[in-house]
Design a protein around this ligand. Structure first.
Ligand SMILES: N[C@@H](CCC(=O)N[C@@H](CS)C(=O)NCC(=O)O)C(=O)O
Length: 203
């Protein structure tokens, strides 16, 4: 399998999951500005959507959309319990979190990277993010991870989005349980390995 990624982008989430799951994989960087891969290929030919993450499977098929990719990977290593069993109520709870992270956190926070966005638009995004983080804080006051005491793919995704807070100058001090969670997840060996591999921290 090959994961197409851009260091620090939302592709960090499946990168973490690949390492947590102990699967064999390779990675290739994509320049999001010119849609070229590290080896010079036209990324749009690999993923016509033009964005990361994209996962190329052994049979050549390409799977896109972070929440789909992380569930696919976790289902390949069921013994790691990175997702609840298919068909269980907990699996739908996981889908609930993945969708919340994708639509309420990732896209809201991601809009702050847009250099064309006005200050008014950015402030509205910050306010929305703060309201959504209040909900995450409530959950993390009750448990170590989003799904309870078991780390799941939703945590890989949430951690990835929270990791943008430094760059976006959006301090998390108002959410102490979220801050502690960020440190807890960052200390996991697979998460550290992904951060080192993407050049985000020193090895
Ligand atoms: N719906 C996609 C969104 C992925 C996405 O937002 N990727 C960003 C990086 S975090 C990207 O590649 N942006 C470049 C672009 O859209 O051209 C998913 O959930 O996987």
């Amino acid at each position: 399998m090959k994961l197409y990624l851009s260091p620090g982008a939302c592709s960090l989430s499946p990168h973490i999951v690949l390492l947590e799951a102990g699967l064999k994989f390779e990675t290739e960087k994509v320049s999001l500005a010119d849609k070229k891969t590290e080896s010079g290929a036209d990324f749009r030919k690999i993923n016509p959507k033009g964005y990361v993450p994209a996962l190329q499977l052994e049979n050549g098929e390409v799977l896109t959309e972070g929440p789909a990719i992380v569930q696919y990977l976790a289902d390949k290593a069921p013994e790691k319990k990175l997702v609840p069993e298919p068909g269980s109520m907990q699996r739908y709870r996981l889908a609930e979190w993945l969708n919340f992270i994708s639509t309420e956190l990732h896209k809201t926070f991601g809009s702050l990277f847009n250099p064309q966005a006005s200050e008014e638009t950015k402030q509205a995004a910050r306010d929305r993010m703060a309201a959504r983080l209040d909900l995450v804080e409530q959950q993390l006051q009750k448990a170590s991870y989003l799904m309870g005491e078991q780390f799941s793919v939703a945590d890989a995704y949430l951690f990835t989005v929270l990791n943008w807070s430094g760059f976006l100058k959006f301090p998390l001090d108002r959410w102490p349980s979220v801050q502690q969670y960020q440190q807890r997840v960052a200390a996991r060996p697979a998460v550290r390995a992904a951060l080192v591999a993407e050049g985000l921290i020193k090895g």
